[in-house]
Ligand binder design. Structure first.
Ligand code: B12
Length: 477
């Protein structure tokens, strides 16, 4: 019998997030006849013992580890997950001679840095379904990996990236969603993930999604999406989160997916959340989303100062957000808006304009991230790499591989967080991406108070649970 690929979910943060990426990859391998074993560290009390059990006999062809998050992306807590991944890589290597490959959204944002920090043998950048299959076939035949698409590996002490191919989602095998225990995830408060598309063609200067997922938007046929939703519903899953960078881009596809959900009769069986761009968004989409079971939308608004929006590479204006908010209020859709404070050119005045405007519009919940995470190969990251952006980096670039790097406009001086505090002035509609479980924070990575709310029966997107706890106190029943 052929040697299996062992796939390990390393994302153990609580509340949990189901490993949809690893599941898609694993199911593609199985569909092609490659044996797969899985280990979900999220459910293992003793991760080292579970690794020993799984790797006993040392038969794996390769071990694949998911790196969903390199860090929590919070300027305040700056928690890196790479020391943890490094620990798992080291232990796996101690137990087996099989090569260790990494993959996942976090890995794909900065493969070189992650490989250097963890000392894994290699990884898959971007889409994993076809690339890991090709890798498995090469390893079985004992061939070199030097020509395989999306593979990242070490050569003479340097990390080399092979050319990348983004898959056509129309031709991928239909995932059955049976490889990981999605129902158990939901029981622990997770909102199970599903994609309706992949990639983002927007030009936001800071965003890693076009880097990790590709700039070309690739659509999944709505009929396939609803089959997958039906499969999940059959397993007893009823709370979901779409994994698209922006669900409403393109608009017509978002409408078609809603129509397919409604037609399948799933609109009142499931509750789902998603990310959306402020434009395009119209009455028809609002109506369709409601009928299709959408329970809440997180809009990436970033700023309500037009000059700042322009500098961030956004294509919407504060007027567009104004129009959007009125539409959402009229349609009675549940939503929140995310802001990104501290990008290039940000001043105390542009921050004030943004916070004041959010209050004036009466946005029900606003999440504020202060400090912009700098990713290689974004416009911001390229500016740092070529020296056109030098000030404002925290810590100064290149200090420590494990440490996430943030940009904070030098024009805000040292008082950006204090300025936000002062402008928000205790208004409970505002959350800050600070340390998990800090009052008024919406950092979900190991947030104890959020876990408590879930234990008491709260369900839904984590921002929505936090919102309800502010409105109604701890009792959400
Ligand atoms: C949806 C989402 C959420 C939802 C999750 C809901 C859910 N049920 O899925 C919520 C809101 C809960 C959330 C929370 C957080 N998120 Co989030 N999230 C996303 C988003 C939009 C989609 C992730 C996803 O599942 N994609 C779909 C799957 C299919 O893609 P994938 O995992 O990348 O898998 C593919 C490949 O990567 C590869 N692959 C995956 N695993 C493996 C493993 C191996 C071995 C191989 C070979 C290949 C491989 O193959 C897969 C198929 O092609 C991404 C941004 C994005 N567009 O990707 C951010 C993103 C992953 N999140 C991010 C962050 C920071 C967080 C938080 C830490 C924020 C916080 N502080 O609270 C938390 C972490 C929570 C946790 N426990 O993990 C960052 C991570 C950045 C980084 N530096 O690592 C991202 C990239 C957003 C960003 N640009 O900043 N998130």
């Amino acid at each position: 019998m052929a040697h299996p690929i062992l796939l390990i979910n390393t994302n153990v943060a609580r509340p949990p997030v189901s490993p949809v990426g690893l599941e898609y990859v694993g199911e593609a391998l199985i569909e092609a006849g490659t044996p797969v074993q899985v280990l979900d560290l999220s459910f293992e009390a003793d991760w080292e013992a579970s690794l020993r059990r799984k790797l006993a006999g040392d038969v794996a062809l390769a071990v694949g580890l998911s790196v969903r998050n390199t860090d929590d992306c919070s300027f305040v807590s700056r928690r890196s997950f790479l020391p943890w991944i490094e620990e798992v890589v080291t232990e796996v290597k101690r137990l087996t001679g099989a090569p260790v490959y990494l993959g996942g959204a976090g890995f794909s944002t900065m493969p070189e840095a992650v490989l250097a920090a963890t000392q894994a043998d290699g990884g898959i950048e971007g889409d994993g379904e076809e690339a890991l299959l090709a890798l498995a076939e090469s390893l079985t035949k004992g061939e070199e990996v030097g020509r395989l698409p999306n593979v990242v590996y070490w050569r003479n002490g340097d990390v080399v990236r092979n050319p990348r191919v983004d898959v056509d989602l129309r031709y991928l095998p239909k995932p059955r969603r049976r490889l990981f225990d999605n129902r158990r995830y939901e029981q622990l408060g997770a909102i199970v993930g599903i994609e309706t598309k992949r990639g983002c063609s927007q030009g936001c200067i800071f965003c890693a999604d076009p880097v990790a997922k590709g700039k070309r938007v690739r659509l999944r046929p709505p009929s396939i999406v609803v089959q997958e939703l039906q499969d999940l519903a059959d397993q007893g899953v009823s709370w979901l989160h779409l994994c698209d960078s922006e669900y409403n881009l393109p608009l017509e596809h978002a409408k078609d997916v809603c129509r397919a959900i409604i037609q399948k009769g799933l609109g009142d069986k499931m509750r789902w959340y998603c990310y959306c761009s402020p434009i395009p968004f119209d009455e028809e989409l609002a109506g369709l989303m409601k009928a299709a079971g959408c329970a809440g939308i997180n809009f990436g608004v970033d700023s309500l100062s037009d000059e700042q929006l322009y500098r961030l590479g956004r294509v919407h204006s504060s007027y567009d957000v104004d129009q959007l908010v009125h539409l959402l209020q009229k349609e009675g859709l549940n939503y929140m808006c995310d802001l990104l404070i501290g990008g290039p050119g940000e001043t105390a005045q542009t921050v004030r304009t943004t916070v004041d405007k959010a209050k004036e519009l009466d946005v029900p919940l606003v999440g504020i991230a202060v400090g912009v995470r700098v990713y290689p190969h974004t416009i911001l990251g390229n500016g740092v790499a070529n020296g056109s952006i030098s000030g404002g980096l925290h810590p100064a670039a290149g200090e420590n591989l494990h440490q996430p790097v943030f940009y904070l406009s030098p024009m805000l001086g040292n008082g950006a967080l204090a300025l936000i505090d002062q402008l928000v002035a205790g208004d409970p509609r505002f959350l800050v991406l600070s340390k998990p479980a800090e009052r008024g924070s919406y950092n979900y990575a190991d947030d104890e108070s959020l876990c408590q709310l879930i234990e008491q029966g709260a369900r839904g997107a984590y921002w929505d649970i936090i919102r309800r706890s502010h409105e109604f106190g701890l009792d959400q029943s």
